[in-house]
Write a protein that binds this ligand. Structure first.
Ligand code: TRP
Length: 336
């Protein structure tokens, strides 16, 4: 049986936290053997906002190290770096020329980022969704796992693919394949430690708002000690007046691998002073194997490079094939 292909990218911007792990990486790893997975470091997207060239390479390697540490298996997953496969940039140009400008100007994420950045908005930020569409369409994946914030980008990808096929392909022989969203399993919405109504985020200026996957035990302990709670005794899930309580119990449930019913019973009479050490303990224990594996992988640069070399080779073969089909459909001559 042919496995469905799934593709996703993550930007190398550091601060990978429990929200990323419990919300995305962990589910991905758990289901990886069902799919033919393609996972890349979106380092071309990383320069759409001001970036530090001194950090880009290190952050890229570190992200690959984390993927491997979190349990991505190379027999199910192809890991590569976006900038190593030049077809991503090339297809972006071709698709730019069929994408109406107002589609991009209307994208929610562009508008939000542009407002935040004021004057300092580059063309790449506007074009970000076309690069993302290219990332996806090159590999003809069946599914793309997307969180809420990326849904509109996937819809745009489908719109671009449709428009291309409509304008340049025979109706019975579409060149670009329309990807479907892979809905991420529920129960893994991790909120900020400083505000239980906002998602845990790598761009939150306060590092105390999140637990990073590479935080050492003392730091985890400190952050949990300092995190926002409420003055009520007896800890419960799903009280809309107590978002922090719900979030911390959820974290405990996920990290301890317990059921919701078990955690509800265990914590119903607890106060924070009793609960926080428990949460600290399971968090440290859940992250330890990831941190140990991360160290081992990062200490072996040659291995990391070999992973990326074979990832690139496999990705490039597929990407170039699609790129050539697109160029042929657009009427380009074949280089001699
Ligand atoms: N834009 C995505 C994010 O910031 C990262 C990304 C780039 C991506 N290209 C992609 C995700 C292709 C899925 C598919 O989260």
């Amino acid at each position: 049986m042919v496995r469905q292909r799934v593709l996703s990218g993550v930007q190398p911007t550091g601060n990978y936290h429990l929200g990323n792990y419990l919300g995305a990486i962990r589910n991905w790893v758990a289901g990886q053997s069902q799919y033919d997975n393609f996972l890349f470091v979106a380092d071309l997207h990383a320069i759409t906002v001001p970036h530090d060239p001194k950090r880009l390479a290190a952050d890229t390697y570190s992200l690959v190290g984390l993927y491997l540490a979190c349990g991505l298996d190379l027999k199910d997953s192809t890991i590569f770096v976006q900038s190593h496969v030049s077809a991503h940039s090339e297809l972006t140009w071709l698709l730019n020329c069929i994408t109406p400008l107002n589609w991009l100007e209307d994208m929610i994420q562009f508008r939000e980022k542009a407002i935040k950045q004021g004057e300092n908005v580059n063309t790449g930020l506007l074009d970000y969704p076309v690069l993302m569409a290219s990332d996806i369409l090159l590999y003809k994946p069946d599914k793309v796992p997307v969180g809420e914030d990326q849904k509109q980008h996937l819809e745009l990808t489908r719109d671009i693919a449709n428009r291309f096929n409509h304008q340049f392909a025979h109706p019975k022989q579409p060149v670009l394949k329309l990807p479907e969203p892979l809905i991420i399993a529920e129960g893994a919405r991790v909120m900020s430690l400083a505000d239980g109504t906002r998602k845990m985020s790598k761009s939150d200026p306060s590092d105390l708002s999140r637990i990073n996957l590479l935080d050492p035990p003392e730091q985890i302990e400190y952050k949990i000690k300092r995190c926002k709670t409420d003055p009520i005794r007896g800890l419960v899930f799903d009280d809309p007046e107590r978002p922090e309580c719900n979030n911390l119990l959820t974290l405990y449930m996920l990290l301890a691998g317990k059921t919701k019913t078990a955690v509800a019973a265990e914590c119903q009479d607890m106060g924070w002073g009793q609960f926080k050490p428990l949460l600290t303990e399971v968090t440290i224990a859940a992250l330890k194997p990831i941190q140990d594996k991360y160290q081992a992988v990062m200490d072996d640069q040659g291995y990391l490079e070999s992973v990326l070399r074979s990832g690139r080779q496999k990705a490039e073969a597929i990407a170039n094939d699609t790129l050539n089909q697109v160029k042929a459909a657009l009427g380009y001559t074949v280089p001699l």
